[in-house]
Design a binder for this molecule. Sequence first.
Ligand SMILES: [Zn+2]
Length: 371
Amino acid sequence: MASTGVKLIDIAVNFTDGMFRGIYHGKQCHAADIPAVLARAWASGVDRIIVTGGSLKESREALEIAETDGELSCLDAGCFDYVLLGAFKVFVVMCLRSCDVLEFEESGDPEGHFQALLALAKEGIAKGKVVAVGECGLDYDRLHFCPSDVQKKYFKKQFELAEAVKLPMFLHMRAAGEDFCEIVSENLYRFPGGVTHSFTGTAEDRDKLLSFEKMFIGINGCSLKTSENLEVLQGIPAERMMIETDSPYCDIKNTHAGIKFVKSVWPSKKKEKYEPDSTVKGRNEPCLVRQVLEVVAGCKGIADIEGLSKTLYHNTCRLFFPQDLDASADAQLESASEGSEGFDWLVMETWTLSTLPASEKVWEISPEVMV
Ligand SMILES: [Zn+2]
């Protein structure tokens, strides 16, 4: 599948999941294949990937995976091409997801656990790899894993982490709109901006999230299952949206309402008949974020899919890679003085936080973040 001019960032990839090591329900079905998955992503117009860390252990693993993205030949001797294509394109968010926050208490030393997360985040920031704190939030569909009072207690605590490292937040809200929005509004001053990913909420939830000026909404296959989901999606302005796969989960299935807008398909094989050049049936992966883009475009009646991809890309850089927006503006100034032409669209952008009128400056990014 050719990239056809779109430029995409998949903001949610669970590369620490066993399926990317070929393990399904505890059974090894094929070899680990992140290099092949990345190669398909880069060939499909995906420009960067953000890997989620859901526990301290997962966050550590996610950072290790992100660090290999420039050295993929170490993982697979046959993937020399990926070495160049994949350099410095995989980033990480790290924290404890709602159903994992029991870790704080089970560790017997919640403060020590917090300090371990903070130290890991700082290490990842120094390596240029950690771009947000998350995923964290409230998931009331998983109360059997962690009761709501414990989820709330540690969700509040996680704003401390964002405040300490001055990074945006990567959030998850499921069946918990009221409590989630209450806690976010109490802590707005502590983080520079955020995205509520894997959004499956109601129109009311959507409007509450959009009322926070510095909040974006992340859409994946789980956000596109029913006609009600698509109606809610229509009310999210493209300027407040990001797209993701949440792979290996949340793929767009044939039974989903959004499927009618999907145009791009990749060859796929069952996991038992795995081939490195095909996707695996039922396992989502980053190249398929293109399908999410197509459903968003179709559902919102947007014919200019490249234009939509630019808007979503820009939103994502604005939150997670603000230094690149500044760099692109600088490059444009230089090119103007040299009278040269032919820069790609990102270089043509002029928007930076510092040149925005105050009314549009929805948050301030601290200079320390611009590493
Ligand atoms: Zn999530």
